[in-house]
Design a protein around this ligand. Sequence first.
Ligand code: RNT
Ligand code: ZN
Length: 417
Amino acid sequence: MNEAMIRQAYEIARERYAELGIDTEKALETLQKVQISIHCWQADDVAGFESTGDLTGGIQVNGNYPGKARNIDELRADLVKALSFIGGSHRINLHEIYGEFGGKKVDRDEVSIEHFQGWIDWAKANGVKLDFNSTSFSHPKSGSLSLSNPDKSIRDFWIEHTKRCRAIANEMGRQLDDQCIMNLWVHDGQKEMTVNRMLYRSLLKQSLDEIFTTKYDHMKDCLESKVFGIGLEAMTVGSSDFYTAYCAQNNKIVTLDTGHFHPTESVGDKVSSVLLFCPEIMLHVSRPMRWDSDHVTIMDDATLELCMEITRCNALDRVHIGLDYFDGSINRIGAYVVGTRATQKSVLRGLLEPVAKLSELELTDRNFQKLALMEEAKAMPFGDVWNMFCLRNNIPAGADFIKEIEKYEAEVTSKRN
Ligand code: RNT
Ligand code: ZN
């Protein structure tokens, strides 16, 4: 895009927003500081570097688009490429199965910091921070129950795994001088009508209590619920009620994955409720289509509602924004860039909302006026502010990144097989 045109359009946009009482400079400054936790697993369809086994645990990747990352070097190169089209400084969210195992079999209850030192060094060199996840899926002991398994030996295996992951996360946070957020999602559930709900849930609670006995200074725990997984349709042990209550009682961070609720539930609506009882929220922004399909995030109504709710609650410092989608049917670097930019754009839309005016109208019962202003706000030139964000970050504005990704595909990813 033409730089002079971007500047000119921005000046007009700045004045138009000022008329509504909004300072676009302040919005850009805030957006600059919003870190997105970018999931490493879009690059290789959640395969990881541990084995060549199938993806289990009720999640599924669809599509066979050529060029997925086959090893750690390719995955890192793809992430660096994607980051070059994303303004601001961000975080990379790793799963335990993405450790550097050097071709050796390192079982999940044997993993330690040595397998992630390379990632920490890479993060330092590339100016990103790290977040982490334990991995209970895609393993011979995954079955349908891990931390809630009535078989103590299996439960203990996953407890040991999760404890080790927390220690790794803490070391990541210490070395990078920034709290590492560790997410815990276990697929535990049942395919069929379940009679032992209380048993599984009390075992999960017990396992979590044991896992969290160690206190760390450089990591934070977050817990992710889900409504159901493929093949585990009848019940999920770690339901929304379970983790919301657990987090409220134990001062833990709630992870809200936008694909993990009933299709008509609003995740945006949950922000204020959760923040009144839990310290912080971690988001897994995704795009569920009919089910938890993990389509690439776009600036749709659900994402906008969620991001605008964060800014309305003035809670950007208590909500960590992470992404969680995996689409194997399109260019995967493109998937990263589209989803991350869409999330940033949605946050920007929130920052440019005339909240003070809308709030006053609502509190004084001027509801037609509120609705009218909300509608008109949708037609404000937010794209001109967004392009300025891109320009200042020295990244392609508008759709200019498309041809750059095509070039990387022609030169790099298409040559993988
Ligand atoms: C699964 C959860 C979970 C995973 C990742 C890979 O439904 O959303 O967060 O997507 O851990
Ligand atoms: Zn998730």
